[in-house]
Structure formats: structure tokens, C-alpha cells
Design a protein around this ligand. Structure first.
Ligand SMILES: C[S@@+](CC[C@H](N)C(=O)[O-])C[C@H]1O[C@@H](n2cnc3c(N)ncnc32)[C@H](O)[C@@H]1O
Length: 302
């Protein structure tokens, strides 16, 4: 048996490492999203003329061109393939939307995504995962819609399957549409005062957060108070508590620095202003945990 020298081992390691690295940095092949799936994705994200849409890996430009032509939005797409970038810009001109739909020869990982109100994406699951931390760092409320693949353990707010006639990968001619809203960070301990049972009482709400999912515990004047519901959608926090003498009260609002400002509404529909103060700041679990590594590509997206 031949024994490899140290130099030989290094060369082999380099040869093995190179293809892995090429795959890691954006080896998503060009596959078109069928037009009916493009339409469904833009409908799911409720794209309107107020939106700025960025397509990550834009192919022939169909996502942003459709958003501009059918919904009046603006935006751009980026792709590593120069020929596709030229085709997309030509298609935008032909569609009469070149002023609102632009395409650039650029790596999505060095693209400034901050103007986006909507991100569209059809990339391999492992590429999605690599983009996840940048997407989660976008302004809370930014909507994300993906064809076929998710972002690891970040649960979508909405997910469905649909027919995808003409789809060029997989045998099922079906596609998945997945939708998320970038969540704000509201983890911590919050306090406010309520009128309950004819006197002012102190509510304390403890929120742990993983992505948009909240785990909530509450106290009223130091005694446990059941939390019936606690949700976070983008910047909107909503908490449902049952208070003595008032029944179910929904507190909803948005965070501004270390306060939440909003409205409280009782079961009879009576509303009043609501404001809470964060007295302890915590990191959301997804901010602390490193992303898992996913290395599968199933063309039927199951
Ligand atoms: C599956 S296709 C999707 C095309 C189009 N968005 C659609 O849905 O019809 C993925 C595209 O992403 C491009 N791409 C892959 N990695 C990229 C990267 N790092 N930066 C920019 N584009 C990339 C590929 O060249 C390919 O055109």
C-alpha cells in the first residue's frame, strides 16, 4: 500500500473541497417558475403598486416583470448568469416595464436587499439557508415568498401546493408556495397597567421567541394569568388575556424601541389605547442558534 505524503493529502483535500465550495456559493440551476405559480406567489404576498420586489436569482425576469406589469410594483432581480440578465432586461422592455423592472448581473449574497418590501426566491434549500440570516435581518414586515423550498427550521406563515403545468423539474407537475413575514424581535419581559375589577392592576408578560413563534406567560399583580393567544406577524404583536371583571381583552400593537404602542379591545368591542414597556430584553432563540446544514435537493420538493 502506498503511503501518501503530507503534500499529497493536502492536494486531495483541496480537490475535494473545491466542488463543495462551488456548490455552496450559488450553484442553483436555472429552472423557470411556471407563470401560474408566479401569479400565485405574487398574490400570496399581496403585491401592490406600493411594493418593491427583489427576486433572488431572477432567470428570465418573470417574477419582477409580472409584479410590475400586473400589479404596478417596482423592483429588480439579480442573477449570476449574464445571458439571463440580458434576456430579463430585454423581456422587461418588451413588456413595457423597463423603467420599473431592472435586472443586474450580481451575486445575491452581495446585493443590498434593504429596499425590498417583498422578496421572491426559487433557489436550492441549502442556498436558501445561506441567505436566511440576511433575510431575517430585513425590516420586520418584509414579506418573503418562495417556490418549493423553505428556510430550514423557520416555519412558514403559510404553505400550500398547487398544479404547475409545464414545470421542467420533478414528475408531479406540482409546486409548493411558502410565505413568511420577517418578524420583529419582541422577546423579553413586558409590563403595563390595566383597569380590571374596578382598579388598576399590573400585568407582566414574559415572551420567549423563536422566529415568529411566541411562548407567553403572564402575571396579574404577581399571580399567574393564563395567556389565551400570543402572536407576532411582522411588527404586529397580539395578546389575548382574560381579565377579572372584563372578560377577554385583546392587546395589539407594534414595538417602538422598548415600548409597544397600540390598542386594547374587550369582547364587547370597546377600545382604549394600550402601551407596554419592556423591562427585560432577551434574544430570540433563532438569533442565538446557528443555522442547520441541509444538503438535499428533491426536485419534487417533498
Ligand atoms: C431556479 S432559477 C429561478 C429563476 C427565476 N427566479 C424563476 O423563478 O423563474 C435560479 C436562478 O438563480 C440564479 N442564481 C443562483 N445562485 C445565484 C447567486 N448566488 N446570485 C444570483 N443568482 C443566482 C441562477 O443563475 C438561476 O437563474
Amino acid at each position: 500500500m502506498r503511503i501518501m505524503t503530507t503534500a499529497g493529502i493536502l492536494l486531495l483535500a483541496l480537490a475535494l473541497a473545491l466542488p463543495v465550495q462551488a456548490q455552496d456559493f450559488g450553484d442553483t440551476p436555472y429552472v423557470q417558475t411556471p407563470q401560474n405559480v408566479v401569479d400565485a406567489m405574487l398574490e400570496t404576498a399581496k403585491v401592490t403598486a406600493k411594493d418593491y420586489v427583489i427576486d433572488l436569482g431572477s432567470g428570465d425576469g418573470r417574477m419582477v416583470i409580472t409584479a410590475a406589469k400586473k400589479r404596478g410594483a417596482r423592483g429588480f432581480g439579480v442573477d449570476l448568469d449574464k445571458r439571463l440578465v440580458k434576456l430579463a432586461n430585454d423581456n422587461a422592455r418588451k413588456a413595457g416595464v423597463a423603467d420599473r423592472a431592472k435586472f443586474y448581473d450580481r451575486d445575491l449574497f452581495v446585493t443590498d436587499l434593504s429596499p425590498a418590501t417583498v422578496i421572491t426566491i426559487y433557489l436550492l434549500p441549502e442556498v436558501n439557508l445561506m441567505a436566511r440570516s440576511r433575510i431575517l435581518a430585513l425590516a420586520p414586515g418584509t414579506r418573503i415568498v418562495s417556490h418549493d423550498y423553505g428556510f430550514g427550521d423557520w416555519p412558514p406563515d403559510l404553505e400550500y401546493e398547487m398544479d404547475a403545468p409545464g414545470k421542467s423539474v420533478g414528475r408531479s407537475q406540482r409546486s409548493k408556495v411558502l410565505y413568511w413575514v420577517v418578524p420583529d424581535q419582541v422577546a423579553g419581559r413586558w409590563q403595563w397597567t390595566v383597569e380590571a375589577g374596578g382598579k388598576p392592576r399590573q400585568v407582566e408578560l414574559s415572551l420567549n421567541q423563536n422566529y415568529q413563534k411566541l411562548e407567553a406567560n403572564a402575571k396579574l399583580d404577581g399571580n399567574a394569568l393564563p395567556v389565551e393567544r400570543a402572536t407576532l406577524t411582522g411588527r404586529n404583536v397580539e395578546v389575548l388575556l382574560t381579565l377579572p371583571g372584563r372578560g377577554s381583552v385583546t392587546f395589539s400593537g407594534t414595538r417602538i424601541n422598548q415600548a409597544i404602542e397600540g390598542t386594547q379591545r374587550d369582547a364587547a368591542g370597546k377600545t382604549a389605547p394600550w402601551s407596554a414597556v419592556r423591562v427585560e430584553l432577551r434574544d430570540a432563540a433563532h438569533v442565538i442558534a446557528p443555522p442547520p446544514v441541509v444538503r438535499e435537493f428533491n426536485t419534487d420538493a417533498r
